[in-house]
Write a protein that binds this ligand. Structure first.
Ligand code: PLP
Length: 423
């Protein structure tokens, strides 16, 4: 192979660990090599060798309007003309905070950061500072960024590469993290009965999307809310993926459960590096400079990032994007279900997020996700890629639709998937 992608990857591997700046991009689990991107527009991404793909990764979630949407590009251009970073308040930060508080039901105050990892890390510190307790409960297969306390039985790249428990996390710290199977409320109650007064918070992806995609069973989040209330622990929803994606107000708008803190990211950055965390005002007021919990960021509230995120959210609201995405998602689901009727596969979806598991049984937690036939997934992935459809290069990642995907794109994709599954 002497493609430009191959040459770039060879050069990258000499100077970047594994040749990538985030592990899942290395294509290790599916085999082969990643392609390097020249440009992306709408639902399509073009590699440096001129091949075009229909893209279902959407930069892992942020590209909800598709790639390079005009209103976002223009907002960034306009903001850039006024300066790239100030390190002192700018008006866009206020507009962003007001927008988030208006859209997300439980968020009374919010602080901007630069990644989802920073958002969850700050939630954990704040929960510990607020409650004066150290223990954290998380769920197997949930991924909350590469935070020390949360890289325990983690999903996403950590799971894909067989390192759900990372080296370099001190045992003393990992011991403070208790992991429980998702959807297992009895296990949650048992853990709280044993050590509930030492638990600062339960952190959960309300719809886990970093071990494929599976849904909470009815009553699960209500149960978490009740247990947290009973023991004085905080409930943290990590809506970095689901926030502004499954609904304007994230999954909490759909399920009606009010978390104490919410971590956000991805879609609110419009493709720029952004995260945010917010929630109850009395908890958020524990942050410095008002309170004793320290948290800061040189580039936090960056004007370009705020402009991009605001433009993306405005466009989603103006076009009632979430309704369109639900319709697109339902159409895609119907097409995929038709294709797999006589195959031992399971298709799961919420709104514009989906996953095809290579197991006939429904998937409700990590253990069930791991029953998926990874070899079959890898063959499917490569067959689709060859035919110009780019799904995430791991069984343990979700797929994403955007407003740029047309009905025709989805039909074409379903045909390619049908062929790939017969190989
Ligand atoms: C992507 C993701 C994160 C981490 O966000 P980064 O911006 O990659 O640091 C945290 N939680 C969830 C649920 C995510 O999907």
């Amino acid at each position: 192979m002497s493609s430009r992608s191959h040459k770039l990857f060879e050069a990258a591997k000499r100077r970047i660990p594994g040749g990538v700046n985030s592990p899942v991009r290395a294509f290790r689990s599916v085999g082969g090599e990643p392609f390097f991107v020249e440009s992306a527009n709408g639902a399509r991404i073009r590699n440096v060798d001129g091949k075009e793909y229909l893209d279902y990764v959407g930069t892992w979630g942020p590209a909800i309007l598709g790639h390079a949407p005009q209103p976002v590009i223009e907002a960034v251009r306009e903001a850039a003309g006024r300066g790239l970073s100030f390190g002192i308040p700018n008006p866009l930060e206020v507009e962003m905070a007001e927008t988030i508080c208006r859209l997300v039901p439980s968020v009374e105050k919010v602080r901007m950061v630069n990644s989802g990892t920073e958002a969850t890390m700050s939630c954990v510190r704040l929960a510990r500072g607020f409650t004066g307790r150290d223990r954290i409960v998380k769920f197997e297969g949930c991924y909350h960024g590469h935070v020390d306390s949360l890289l325990v039985k983690a999903g996403s790249g950590a799971l894909t590469h067989g390192q759900p428990d990372s080296a370099g996390v001190p045992g003393a710290l990992a011991e403070l993290t208790i992991t429980i199977p998702f959807n297992d409320l009895d296990a949650v109650r048992a853990v709280f009965a044993r050590e509930g007064r030492g638990i600062a918070a339960v952190i959960v992806e309300p719809v886990p999307a970093n071990a494929g995609l599976y849904l909470p069973e009815p009553g699960f989040h209500e149960g978490l809310r009740a247990v947290c209330d009973e023991y004085g622990a905080l409930l943290i929803f990590d809506e970095v993926m689901t926030g502004f994606r499954v609904a304007a107000g994230g999954y909490q708008e759909l399920c009606g459960v009010r978390p104490d803190l919410t971590a956000m990211g991805k879609v609110i950055g419009g493709g720029l590096p952004v995260g945010a965390f917010g929630g109850r005002a009395d908890i958020m007021d524990q942050l410095s400079p008002d309170g004793p919990v320290y948290q800061a960021g040189t580039l936090s509230g960056n004007p370009l990032a705020m402009a991009a995120g605001l433009a993306q959210l405005r466009e989603m609201e103006r076009r009632d994007g979430w309704r369109t995405l639900e319709n697109l998602g339902a159409a895609f689901e119907a097409a995929m279900r038709e294709i797999i009727t006589d195959l031992p596969l399971t298709f799961q979806r919420i709104g514009s997020m989906f996953c095809l598991y290579f197991t006939p049984e429904p998937v409700r937690n990590l253990a069930e996700a791991q029953r998926s036939d990874r070899e079959a997934f890898n063959r499917y992935f490569h067959a689709c890629l060859t035919d110009g459809v780019y799904f995430a290069p791991s069984q343990f990642e979700a797929g994403f639709l955007s407003l740029a995907h047309t009905a025709a794109d989805l039909e074409k994709t379903a045909e390619i998937a049908r062929k790939a599954l017969r190989v």
